[in-house]
Design a protein around this ligand. Structure first.
Ligand code: PRX
Length: 635
C-alpha cells in the first residue's frame, strides 16, 4: 500500500524521506494505486533544469475527467460533487451529483466538438463562479482542448491580450455576473475585448443574469439551447501524460503576463495527493475553498484536486460582505463545512468588522482552516485561529504558486504542529533550498535566503506558452539546477519555513499577483505622463497596496491633480482591471536612478512605507536631489 493518506508526524517524516530518496519509486506507487490509466507509463521521470525540461509518467495515456468523474460513478454517483451556493442567499443552493456533473460535462464537451473545437485547441473561459465554469474546464479536458481561464474581474484589454497570446478560437462567457448587490455586464467586456481578437470564431454565452446582450451574428451563440440538445455521454479523449491540460496566466515582473502551461498526469497526481493530505479530506466531508476558479487555487483545489478524490467541493458565487460580513460563516453553518480555505486578505477584511458576524454562527463542523496567496501576518493568524478555528481546527498556511500547480510547503493538519505565520515543512516530495545572492546554498537552520526547489515535483509548470526562453530565464537562470520561486524565506531553528515575500518586482495586492511593469506601461500611456514607477507599501487589509510615483509632462503641470489621479486609475482599470488601481499617486519631479538608468525602487519602497531613517547606499544615484523632494512631499 502506498502512503496516500498521512496520519501522524512520524509517518510524515518517514514518507518524506522515502519521497526524497527515491522520488520515481514513490510517485510511481501513488500513481499506480490511486488513479485510472488507460495505459501505464514507460518512464516515471526525466528532467533537466538546464534545458529546462520535465516529464512525468511519459508514455502513459489517460483522461483526467475519467479520474475526476467516471471512476466515481459506481460508488459515488449520487454523492454531491459540486455544491453551488449562489450570490443571493435567498436563491437555493444546488447539489450537483457526480452522475449529474458527468452528464453536464459530456453535454458541454459535445457542444464544443460540434462547434469545431479539437484536441489541442485553446478555449478561453471568462465566467463568474457558477457551475458552468467548472463544467467548462472539465468539458475542455474531456476532449483534450486546452483551457485558458481568465478571471472575470479582468478588463477587456487584459482579456484580449490573453486570448491572443494563446490563440484561443473559442470564448465561453456569460451575459453577466452577480457580485454582492452589483450586476456586472460581462458580455459587454467580452465584446470590447474581442474587437482585437480576430482568431476567435465562436463565443458561447451562458445565461446567468438575464441582462440584455448583443449577440454577434455568426459568432455568438447561447449555451443552454445547445446543451439541451447535446448527447449526454461522450467517450473521453485519450491524452498523453504530458499533453497540456491548461494555460493559466500569471503576472511577471516585466512584460506580458506569462501563460503557465500545466500538463495532464503529473498535475492530476500531485493536486489529488496534496488535496487529500493538506486538508485531511474524508469521504463524508464538505470542503470549501473561497478562491475564484480564475486563479490557480481554484483550478487545483476547487476543481481538479477535490474531484479526483471524489470530494464534495463548494463553489460560492458571491462576496464575503454581502448581504453582510457574516456571509462566509453563515455558509459554513448552512452546509456544515469541514474544511475551509481562504486568503489572508479576506481574513483581515473580516477581522475589521464586528465580532458578532462570526460569533453568531455555529462553526463546529470545521476541522481544518487554510490560508493561501500571501504571507499571513501574526494578527490575522490569531484572529483566524481564535474566532474561526476556535482554537481547535488547525490552520494550514499553504505556500505555493501558479507555477507549482499544487501546495509545496504546508503543515499537514493534526500531523504537523503549527507556528503562527509559518508554512512549516515541505510537502512530501518537495526539496526546498535557501540560496544566497552569490548563488550558494545556505545550509543549516536559523537562516534566510531566496527560496528555490532542487528537484522536480509532478505538477511543476512545463513552460510558458509560446516562450520557452522566458520560462528558462525567469525560473532556471538565477541558480544553476534550481527552480527559483521569486520569494524570500527563512528557516527557523526546527527547520520550519516562513515565506517573507517576493524578492522581485511582483507585488501581491489582496492576494493577487501584480507585475509593476504592465501597470507602469498603462500609466505612461496617459498623454500627460512622462514616466512612472510603482512600488508596494503595507496595507492593513490588502497586505500590500500600490504607490505610484509619476513624472508629468509639461502639459500635465497645469492640470487639476485630483482629476489626473482619477484619470490614471481609470486608465489602469480599463487596461488591466480594478485590482491594479493605485491607492496613492505622488507627482514627482524625477525618479531616483542609477547611472545605468535603473530606477532605484528600494528607495521608493522605503519612502512609500514611511521608513526613511536609513535609505541605504545612495552613492550610485545619478540624481540624489530628487530623493529629498520626494520625501518632503510623500503621501
Ligand atoms: O509570494 C508567494 C505568495 O503568492 C505567490 C504566488 O502567487 P500566485 O501564483 O498567484 O499563486 C497564489 C496561490 C497559490 C508566491 O510566490 N504566496 C502564496 N502563498 C503564500 C504566499 N506567501 C506567503 N505565504 C503563503 N502561504
Amino acid at each position: 500500500m502506498s502512503n496516500y493518506h498521512i496520519k501522524h508526524l512520524e509517518e510524515y517524516f518517514q514518507v518524506y524521506r522515502k519521497s526524497v530518496r527515491n522520488p520515481e519509486g514513490f510517485w510511481e506507487e501513488i500513481a499506480e494505486e490511486h488513479f485510472n490509466w488507460r495505459k501505464k507509463w514507460n518512464k516515471v521521470l526525466s528532467w533537466d533544469f538546464d534545458k529546462p525540461e520535465v516529464k512525468w509518467f511519459e508514455g502513459a495515456k489517460l483522461n483526467i475527467t475519467e479520474n475526476c468523474l467516471d471512476r466515481h460513478i459506481p460508488t459515488r454517483g449520487n454523492k454531491t460533487a459540486i455544491l453551488f451556493e449562489p450570490n443571493n442567499p435567498n436563491e437555493e443552493a444546488q447539489h450537483i451529483t457526480y452522475n449529474e456533473l458527468h452528464e453536464r460535462v459530456c453535454r458541454m464537451a459535445n457542444v464544443l466538438l460540434s462547434k469545431g473545437v479539437k484536441k489541442g485547441d485553446r478555449v478561453c473561459i471568462y465566467l463568474p463562479m457558477i457551475p458552468e465554469l467548472a463544467v467548462s474546464l472539465l468539458a475542455c479536458a474531456r476532449i483534450g482542448a486546452i483551457h485558458s481561464v481568465v478571471f472575470a474581474g479582468f478588463s477587456a484589454n487584459a482579456l484580449s491580450t490573453r486570448i491572443n497570446d494563446s490563440d484561443c478560437k473559442m470564448v465561453i462567457c456569460s451575459d453577466g455576473s452577480f457580485r454582492g448587490n452589483k450586476t456586472i455586464d460581462l458580455k459587454v467586456i467580452v465584446d470590447k475585448g474581442l474587437e482585437d481578437c480576430p482568431g476567435v470564431e465562436t463565443v458561447l454565452v451562458v445565461k446567468r443574469t438575464n441582462t440584455e446582450v448583443t449577440m454577434k451574428e455568426g459568432r455568438d451563440l447561447w449555451m443552454h439551447p445547445l446543451l439541451d440538445v447535446a448527447e449526454s455521454n461522450l467517450e473521453a479523449e485519450l491524452m498523453d501524460a504530458e499533453d497540456p491540460l491548461f494555460i493559466l496566466y500569471t503576472s511577471g515582473s516585466t512584460g506580458q503576463p506569462k501563460g503557465m502551461v500545466h500538463t495532464t498526469a503529473g498535475y492530476m497526481v500531485y493536486t489529488a495527493y496534496t488535496f487529500k493530505n493538506a486538508f485531511q479530506y474524508k469521504e463524508e466531508d464538505v470542503y470549501w475553498c473561497t478562491a475564484d476558479i480564475g486563479w490557480i487555487t481554484g483550478h487545483s483545489y476547487i476543481v481538479y484536486g477535490p474531484l479526483a478524490n471524489g470530494a464534495t467541493t463548494v463553489m460560492f458565487e458571491g462576496v464575503p460582505s454581502y448581504p453582510d460580513y457574516g456571509r462566509f460563516w453563515q455558509i459554513v453553518e448552512k452546509h456544515k463545512i469541514n474544511q475551509f480555505y481562504t486568503a489572508p486578505t479576506a481574513i483581515r477584511a473580516l477581522a475589521k468588522e464586528k465580532l458578532e458576524f462570526v460569533e453568531k454562527y455555529d462553526l463546529s463542523s470545521l476541522k481544518v482552516i487554510g490560508s493561501v496567496g500571501e504571507p499571513i501576518n501574526e494578527e490575522a493568524w490569531h484572529w483566524y485561529n481564535n474566532n474561526v478555528g476556535r482554537k481547535k481546527s488547525p490552520i494550514i498556511d499553504t505556500w505555493w504558486q501558479t507555477e507549482t500547480g499544487g501546495i509545496m510547503i504546508t503543515p499537514i493538519p493534526y500531523v504537523t504542529p503549527t507556528t503562527p505565520t509559518y508554512a512549516t515543512l515541505p510537502f512530501i516530495g518537495i526539496q526546498p533550498a535557501l540560496m544566497d545572492e552569490n548563488g550558494k546554498e545556505i545550509e543549516g537552520n536559523q537562516v534566510d535566503g531566496r527560496l528555490c526547489i532542487k528537484f522536480p515535483w509532478p505538477s511543476i509548470a512545463r513552460t510558458i506558452w509560446g516562450n520557452h526562453q522566458r520560462y528558462k530565464d525567469t525560473y532556471f537562470s538565477a541558480y544553476k539546477n534550481m527552480y527559483f520561486t521569486g520569494d524570500g524565506a527563512l528557516r527557523d531553528a526546527v527547520g520550519y519555513y516562513r515565506i517573507t515575500g517576493r524578492v522581485d518586482d511582483v507585488i501581491i495586492v489582496s492576494g493577487h499577483n501584480l507585475g509593476t511593469a504592465p501597470i507602469e506601461d498603462s500609466i505612461n500611456e496617459h498623454p500627460a505622463v512622462a514616466e512612472s514607477a510603482i512600488v508596494g507599501f503595507p496595507h492593513d487589509v490588502k497586505g500590500n497596496a500600490l504607490y505610484g510615483y509619476v513624472i508629468l509632462k509639461e502639459m500635465g503641470e497645469d492640470r487639476n491633480k485630483e482629476n489626473l489621479k482619477k484619470e490614471i486609475n481609470q486608465q489602469i482599470t480599463e487596461q488591466i482591471g480594478p485590482i491594479a488601481k493605485l491607492d496613492k499617486i505622488q507627482f514627482v519631479p524625477g525618479l531616483p536612478k542609477t547611472r545605468s538608468g535603473k530606477i532605484m525602487r528600494r528607495i521608493l519602497r522605503k519612502i512609500a512605507s514611511k521608513d526613511t531613517s536609513n535609505l541605504g547606499d545612495t552613492s550610485t544615484l545619478l540624481n540624489p536631489e530628487v530623493v529629498q523632494d520626494i520625501m518632503d512631499n510623500a503621501l
